[in-house]
Design a binder for this molecule. Structure first.
Ligand SMILES: NC(=O)c1ccc[n+]([C@@H]2O[C@H](COP(=O)([O-])OP(=O)(O)OC[C@H]3O[C@@H](n4cnc5c(N)ncnc54)[C@H](OP(=O)(O)O)[C@@H]3O)[C@@H](O)[C@H]2O)c1
Length: 302
């Protein structure tokens, strides 16, 4: 699908290091492309390095002004997250885009650490990754952390004593909860950064409804399967605009949630997105942070 929006204008990111998780497809690939075009050194953090290398080659061919390299990261496996993060000890990270995600599983599945797979892939792995990289983010000047939310987050209902949905699981609830958690994570991370003078800005972004590998039939099958619906959907490039805006624009407000502002938020140019109810409660933000530290066993610095 072709891009319809006017391309975003962002400042040069030359000499800046960006890590984009799940950059082998869809929104992550488009984000890595846009940041590379702005001159950033972009690490494609992917679970399948061969697929990542193919994407990196395409991006290098298209935009020689950025560098795109590939590193293995499986966000569903906290040991793999730790191995990935170890490589950045003592380095400076300017942009961390927490994009990797899955839409769901047919039945409840668990990870090597016994976490529910959708929550682990979309949220726990990213929470732990950020905690382990926080010193590298603090070493940069105003680093950005961007989490991926979704319109689906409105249906999220997080129970802080059952983040892994052991008591009652459904595919839709697991996805909605994971995306709500990502929005709440960005807001609470911003609060901690401000209180602790960490000097990093956190944002949440959602792509509206974009044609990517997450749609039925994948990014090639969607137009056939959904027919007229594709008229309201947008390309991965346009869907990535709120993410790129949060990662690089001077206009992005710290702690803000951004998404497309046209047609019920499914498409259009970037603007403020409405926050789901739980994400507006300061008590809920803190409760989620504490519960996540408890279930993952990884704490942010005090
Ligand atoms: N498309 C939309 O309309 C939409 C709407 C709302 C939110 N989002 C969010 O946008 C983000 C990107 O999704 P997308 O739409 O671009 O879908 P996509 O094309 O399927 O991309 C998902 C990416 O995440 C990667 N990934 C999945 N599990 C992983 C794991 N365990 N470790 C590391 N990487 C993993 C995938 O890797 P492989 O290439 O190896 O599969 C792929 O690169 C997600 O967080 C999603 O929730 C998308």
């Amino acid at each position: 699908m072709k891009d319809r929006l006017t391309p975003l204008t962002i400042p040069s990111r030359k000499g800046r290091l960006a890590i984009v998780t799940g950059a082998s497809s869809g929104i992550g690939r488009a984000t890595a492309r846009a940041l590379g075009l702005a001159g950033a050194d972009v690490v494609l953090a992917v679970r399948n390095p061969d697929k990542g290398e193919q994407v990196a080659e395409q991006l290098r061919a298209e935009h020689p002004e950025g560098t795109h390299t590939v590193a293995r990261l499986d966000t569903a496996d906290l040991e793999a997250v730790r191995t990935f993060a170890d490589a950045y000890v003592g380095r400076r990270i300017d942009m961390l885009v927490l994009n990797a995600g899955i839409g769901g599983t047919r039945r409840r599945e668990v990870t090597p650490q016994n976490h529910e797979l959708v929550m682990a892939t979309n949220y726990f792995g990213h929470f732990v990754l950020t905690a382990l990289l926080v010193d590298s983010l603090r070493a940069a000047s105003r680093a950005r952390v961007v989490t991926l939310g979704s319109i689906a987050a409105r249906a999220g209902r997080l129970r802080f004593d059952d983040l892994d949905l052991e008591r009652r699981w459904s595919r839709a609830q697991a996805y909605a909860n994971s995306k709500l958690a990502m929005i709440m994570f960005a807001r609470e991370l911003q609060r901690h950064s401000t209180a602790g003078d960490w000097g990093l800005n956190a944002h949440a972004a959602h792509p509206g409804w974009a044609v990517t590998g997450m749609m039925p039939g994948g990014d090639r099958g969607v137009p056939q399967l959904l027919g007229g619906a594709t008229r309201v959907m947008q390309s991965a490039g346009d869907g990535a605009q709120p993410v790129v805006f949060c990662a690089a624009s001077r206009q992005a407000a710290a702690g803000g949630y951004y998404g497309p502002i046209g047609m019920f938020g499914v498409a259009g140019p970037v603007g403020r997105a409405p926050l789901p109810r739980q994400a507006r409660s300061a008590a809920a933000l803190t409760a989620l942070w504490q519960a996540t530290e408890k279930v993952t066993g990884v704490e942010f610095p005090r």
